[in-house]
Ligand binder design. Sequence first.
Ligand code: ADP
Ligand code: ADP
Ligand code: ZN
Length: 214
Amino acid sequence: MDIILLGPPGAGKGTQAERLVTNRGMVQLSTGDMLRAAVREGSPIGLQAKVVMDAGELVSDAIVCALIGENLDRIENRGAIFDGFPRTLAQAEALDLLLAERGRKLSYVIELEVNEEALVDRITGRFSCASCGAPYHDRFKLPKVDDTCDVCGGHDFKRRDDDNELTVRTRLAEYRAKTQPILPFYRERGILHGVDGMGSVGEVAAAIDAILDS
Ligand code: ADP
Ligand code: ADP
Ligand code: ZN
């Protein structure tokens, strides 16, 4: 089963993907994580992407589609969770091809709906474990033991350069202009499901489970 978690920055895509990976043995394919890895490596793609990401704009379709293609080739028959991809109609069309070439097919597209002020709160308070990437929040999800990752026990945490209020506004505008127009593409196919993303992590997770088990 391949699915897309769609939604604006900070909606909870990564948080819910992490749960599905643990509970269902699916594989998370996050273009944001892939791009940040390229930035850390200092590869030519990373150097080019860093400027665009820091501005809150979208990286080119060609780059992110190539990254998704490479990663799809590695996951064999496990289910994919596309997180942060596709973000444009061109990416959505390219994804159909990438999947068809590999004999795969989308089962569900889940849209997490969260209002804009809550998104800004979620993003400006976001941090994650430096070792395993587990997501946390200054107010909504602190580690159970101070300064210790719940998942791996690590003590180092990090924040993203682009998680500041100014960049967030641009990212939200990009989402409205370029990503929201994808919704009808999936709605017409009957695979789009909206989920109220304003509830707790557990409530959102239960709503997603109900769709995947339907
Ligand atoms: P968030 O978790 O806040 O939704 P991501 O980690 O998915 O953010 O993405 C961070 C940045 O990486 C984006 O603002 C954009 O610059 C770039 N990016 C990630 N995925 C894509 C994509 N599918 N298309 C274009 N740019 C992308
Ligand atoms: P996305 O991947 O969509 O950008 P994240 O999963 O990284 O979003 O979540 C953004 C921030 O909001 C993180 O700090 C996360 O801990 C927090 N968060 C995620 N889901 C919820 C929720 N349902 N309620 C409150 N905070 C949440
Ligand atoms: Zn950790």
